[in-house]
Design a protein around this ligand. Structure first.
Ligand code: BJW
Length: 264
């Protein structure tokens, strides 16, 4: 049965236990979703009131079909989100993960961070090589191009919508829309790391979107422990060993504190 925690003392106790598991783990993985950036002011997708999908039609804005119907409209939406993300800073949750990775790598331990987020905030917080499963909003590629053709598109707001490459080809955001395959190299690395993980944390994701939602199940199948950090119950909750109900910007720094205490 997953543990459901109510009081601060219970959360602290659970975090001490998770820090102990981390210390004994050969391989740690963290998989993040939109919730980890919520405290940086970036809207999530599926939160009933504030989520993007409560206000916009995902088929029109996050699919190839929607893009080809109206590229300027889709780019306008992405450019508005780019402007929000440009104003945003990594929060305490991003920073705690970057510090944890630094500590782990310093000790020659394996630490893998995979994210569904496209905002680039993990890198800005100092995470070294986050696996960006759904791409990165600060890059674009030709509509008919490969993932490997992605180029940085730093100007924000964009002067022209839709933007074009120097050779005139229509550019699309370097993200993964519904119905599209993820970059097989990145997905392969993430799935392999999940299969090796003795401890895998899923932070701030509704765990509804595949194949990212399959990562914790890969760890569970190999006997790994899965911890969820999320204020709300999700589709993953019944399957995990520990559910910590709270915001990642508050819980992750507390977990880091516990880890640092055990290391000293
Ligand atoms: C906090 C917090 C705080 C709040 N602290 N937490 C049927 C079964 C299985 C699969 C499929 C199916 N039908 C179709 C599919 C495939 C589809 C899919 O999974 N659909 C499901 C919705 C059913 N997947 C795909 O199409 C993927 N490709 C694929 O599978 O290729 C093969 C294939 C092709 C064709 C058919 C079948 C297979 C591609 C998925 C691409 C997803 N793209 C998006 C947009 C990216 C670009 C952009 O940003 O514009 O990715 S959609 C959107 O959802 C975005 C996110 O990365 C993704 C996941 O969302 P996430 O991160 O979980 O956010 P939320 O909002 O859902 O949840 C936030 C959570 O945070 C909540 O739980 C809050 O409680 C919590 N929270 N504040 C911590 N402070």
């Amino acid at each position: 049965m997953p543990s459901q925690l109510a009081s601060d003392a219970e959360i602290r106790r659970a975090l001490t236990g998770i820090a102990r598991l981390a210390l004994h783990a050969r391989s740690v993985m963290v998989s993040t979703g939109a919730g980890v950036s919520a405290e940086s002011g970036i809207p999530t997708f599926r939160d009933a009131q504030t989520g993007l999908w409560a206000r916009y039609d995902p088929v029109m804005l996050a699919s190839y079909q929607g893009f080809v119907l109206d590229p300027a409209n889709v780019w306008r939406w992405y450019d508005e989100r780019r402007q929000v993300m440009q104003q945003s800073e990594p929060n305490a949750g991003h920073l705690a993960l970057a510090r944890w990775e630094e500590l782990w790598r310093g000790q020659g331990r394996e630490f893998t961070l995979a994210t569904q987020n496209i905002d680039g905030l993990h890198s800005r917080a100092g995470s070294q090589v986050p696996i960006e499963l759904h791409g990165n909003i600060w890059y674009a590629r030709p509509l008919d191009g490969q993932y490997s053709e992605a180029q940085e598109l730093a100007q924000c707001p964009l002067p022209e919508l839709p933007p074009r490459a120097a050779d005139g080809r229509l550019l699309r955001p370097h993200v993964v829309w519904f119905g599209e395959m993820l970059d097989s190299l990145l997905l392969g690395r993430a799935m392999a790391a999940a299969g090796r993980a003795d401890l895998l944390l899923v932070v701030g994701s509704s765990s509804q979107v595949y194949p990212a939602a399959a990562l914790p199940h890969a760890a569970l199948r190999k006997g790994g422990t899965v911890v969820e950090i999320n204020p709300d119950e999700t589709e993953l909750s019944p399957h995990v060993q520990h559910s910590i109900r709270g915001r990642s910007g508050e819980i992750l720094p507390l977990l880091l504190e516990e880890i640092e205490t055990l290391l000293t």
